[in-house]
Write a protein that binds this ligand. Structure first.
Ligand code: 5CA
Ligand code: ZN
Length: 439
């Protein structure tokens, strides 16, 4: 499906360091891309289920992956970035039903709002944005592989994946990992997050649906399993494998996707491609913290939402909204507040003033008036670029990067002669290319 318009990304002098991420499965800081800078870096980020406008929680998560894309580009990597849109699933169908709306129209409208929000926030679009509905043939082919491996079984027409078929089950979040879930906790999370652990007749409570047989009034597609629709985990596993292959660099999503979603997508892939040697699926898992409002995780089901589109329609500068997101480390849980937004507005104004070119004739520290002096940034500004790069490369430390720019801006606001116009341009380009903030 259509993605959104790509923001301009200025080229910076030199190259940034290789970005590293804190891998959820191992707890280690790992190079986000396996290959050298010339080799493509690959990411699959779980996308939205479009039944409500983009809220600040989504915006924070997708802005985090945007920082990774920017850091990869700055390090010299071409980037292959795939994102899905779960445009057919239980919550979307339930919402459409509740509101008496066609589910396709609901999905279309909210996907469009999401695109507009991403564009306003200057998020670099994925290489491909793939809807579940358009990917049904791909999902079916992937399910065929699972069936060929004997990993699927039929329960009253519904097709389940037997997680016992995967000896690696639990690699991401099971016992011995930093998440360290035991089977009881997995069962509880599965119940909370769209699974059906208590359904009688399943071989194992944690087995998940790969193909859900048609129910009256629900959309369905023909398949070798009969008419129905795909399960959620197989959707992402299949789209990722189709575009990136069964081995890729980063699987990204919010921390609510660690279990069961990412554990199961990995599990599906390990079984479907068991004939391939070596570890399969993502080399690194990146998970973003949850954004809350009034002490509760912001979620469509709870309805405690702050919408990007509404903030922007109310006259809020999208760059101030983006600065609120960047003020928090992506892995932290945090709360949206009005004072947080006010602080971001102040920061944006300070940065804008500090980077505005000086009036003609304003003295600068290096030989005023000589064009060569002004064309090359000073060592201090170069050091700030290096500082922002270092922070972002170290597990996307956006708050650390903001502090570097804050210090520079404070020095320049206290003494405008502390920076040349070349410095101002370099800081503007740095903030634009690496943080996605247009000043
Ligand atoms: N379509 C699936 C993924 S395949 C899905 O989880 N959709 S979603 O619309 O619920 O969420 C989209 C992304 O936003 C996911 O990565 C999810 O983890 C993240 N997300 C959802 N709520 C929050 C929140 N309150 N704070 C931060 N991230 C969130
Ligand atoms: Zn997903």
């Amino acid at each position: 499906m259509d993605s959104w318009r790509r923001p301009s990304v200025p080229r910076l002098p030199g190259r940034g360091p290789e970005p590293r991420l804190r891998d959820t499965a191992s707890g280690e800081l790992r190079a986000a891309a396996a290959g050298p800078p010339e080799a493509a870096a690959s990411m699959y980020a779980c996308g939205i289920t479009p039944y409500d406008a983009t809220h600040i929680g989504h915006a924070a998560t997708f802005t985090a992956w945007d920082l990774l894309v920017r850091a990869w580009l700055d390090a010299g990597h071409p980037v292959t970035y795939i994102q899905n849109v779960t445009d057919v699933d239980d919550p979307l169908l339930e919402r459409a039903d509740r509101d008496g709306e066609d589910w396709r129209e609901l999905a279309r409208r909210d996907t469009q709002l999401y695109r507009e929000d991403m564009e306003a926030l200057r998020v670099i679009p994925p290489t491909d944005l793939i809807g579940a509905v358009e990917a049904i043939p791909v999902i079916e082919r992937f399910a065929d592989r699972l069936a060929d491996r004997g990993a699927l079984y039929d329960l009253d027409g519904d097709i389940y994946f037997a997680r016992g078929a995967d000896p690696g089950f639990g690699e991401l979040s099971g016992p011995g990992t930093p998440t360290g879930l035991d089977l009881g906790q997995m069962r509880e999370l599965s119940h909370l997050r769209g699974g059906d652990p208590d359904r009688p007749g399943k071989k194992d409570p944690l087995d998940v649906l790969v193909w859900r047989a048609e129910r009256p009034g629900e959309p369905s597609w023909e398949s070798r399993f009969g008419p129905g629709r795909p399960g959620w985990h197989v959707e992402c596993a299949a789209i990722a494998a189709d575009h990136l292959g069964p081995v890729f660099d980063v699987q990204a999503g919010g921390s609510d996707l660690v279990f069961p979603h990412h554990e199961m997508s990995g599990s599906h892939t390990r079984v479907a491609f068991a004939d391939q040697p070596g570890p399969l699926f993502a080399r690194v898992y990146a998970h973003a913290g949850m954004v809350a409002l009034d002490g509760e995780k912001m979620s469509k089901s709870r309805g405690n939402l702050v919408f990007v589109s509404r903030l922007v329609a109310g006259g809020e500068d999208p760059m101030a909204v983006r600065l609120v997101l960047l003020a928090h480390h992506y892995r932290d849980d945090w709360e949206w507040t009005e004072p947080g937004l006010a602080a971001a507005r102040d920061r944006l104004a300070r940065w804008r003033t500090a980077t505005t070119p000086s009036a003609p004739g304003t003295p600068t520290p290096s030989a005023p008036g000589t064009p060569t002096a002004d064309a090359t940034p000073t060592a201090a500004a170069e050091a700030d670029l290096a500082g922002v790069r270092e922070h972002l490369a170290a597990d996307l430390d956006a708050p650390g990067a903001l502090a570097v720019v804050d210090d520079w801006a404070a020095r320049v606001l206290a003494n405008p002669a502390a920076a040349t116009d070349a410095d101002r341009r370099l800081v503007r380009d740095t903030v634009d290319a690496l943080l996605g903030i247009a000043l």
